[in-house]
Design a protein around this ligand. Structure first.
Ligand SMILES: Cc1cc2nc3c(=O)[nH]c(=O)nc-3n(C[C@H](O)[C@H](O)[C@H](O)COP(=O)(O)O)c2cc1C
Length: 192
């Protein structure tokens, strides 16, 4: 299964991440590795350098962000992160702003998405977190989510990631790649 895209067009993924202390970036890199293992062509970019989604070529958008105050970061929470030691240049913009710049039908037609966040809380199905917020915005813009918003845990505000989370991120990247490919090229049901 790995790396075999056979006659199908190679899937193109854009992975966009925001990171104040480097944890979400590490997860994004591991997710990109998982996608590549499954034969996906990946562009990985910090949200500060990301072109607008509407001007970018991809089949699958993967968005990752740290949870700040139960949601995506805002200028005020990023300023807070800087007061806690983050570099000021990482706080200039975030995933919330990048998503807000999307056109109303950015996801149409056939654009897939998957979302992850990092957080300290161990509550897996937190109703309010960066991932749930990003998933809500993407769905509103017509994206088809191939996975539930997925959390990766950090031990404390500045990290490090909990042991095993990078391995989990590679695996999640592989699962997302397979789900995206299945969505774009559904396997016909067996003839009975
Ligand atoms: C201002 C601020 C607010 C935060 N709020 C939350 C929160 O509501 N829930 C949570 O689990 N973690 C919260 N955190 C911890 C972040 O999720 C953690 O810093 C982040 O996952 C680290 O990722 P990064 O290194 O990529 O920035 C907060 C952190 C900051 C700086």
């Amino acid at each position: 299964m790995s790396g075999n895209v056979s006659a199908e067009k190679e899937l193109q993924a854009l992975v966009v991440y925001e990171s104040m202390f480097g944890c979400t970036e590490q997860v994004a890199r591991a997710v990109a590795e998982g996608l590549r293992i499954e034969g996906v062509a990946v562009t990985l970019t910090d949200v500060r350098d990301a072109a607008p989604a509407d001007e970018s070529e991809f089949d699958l958008l993967v968005v990752g962000a740290p949870t700040h105050a139960f949601s995506l970061s805002r200028p005020s929470t990023r300023a807070d992160a800087v007061r806690q030691g983050a570099e000021p240049e990482v706080a200039t913009t975030g995933v919330r702003e990048w998503l807000a710049a999307m056109g109303a039908a950015s996801g149409a037609p056939d654009r897939l998405a998957a979302v992850f966040d990092t957080r300290v809380t161990k509550v897996r199905r937190l109703p309010k977190a960066a991932g749930t917020r990003a998933a809500h915005v993407l769905t509103r813009h017509g994206y088809d989510l191939v996975s539930r918003p997925t959390p990766f845990l950090v031990e404390d505000l500045k990290g490090p990631l909990v042991t095993g989370e990078l391995h989990h991120a590679v695996t999640w990247g592989r699962v997302v790649a397979l789900a995206a490919r299945q969505r774009l090229h559904p396997t016909p049901a067996p003839v009975r």
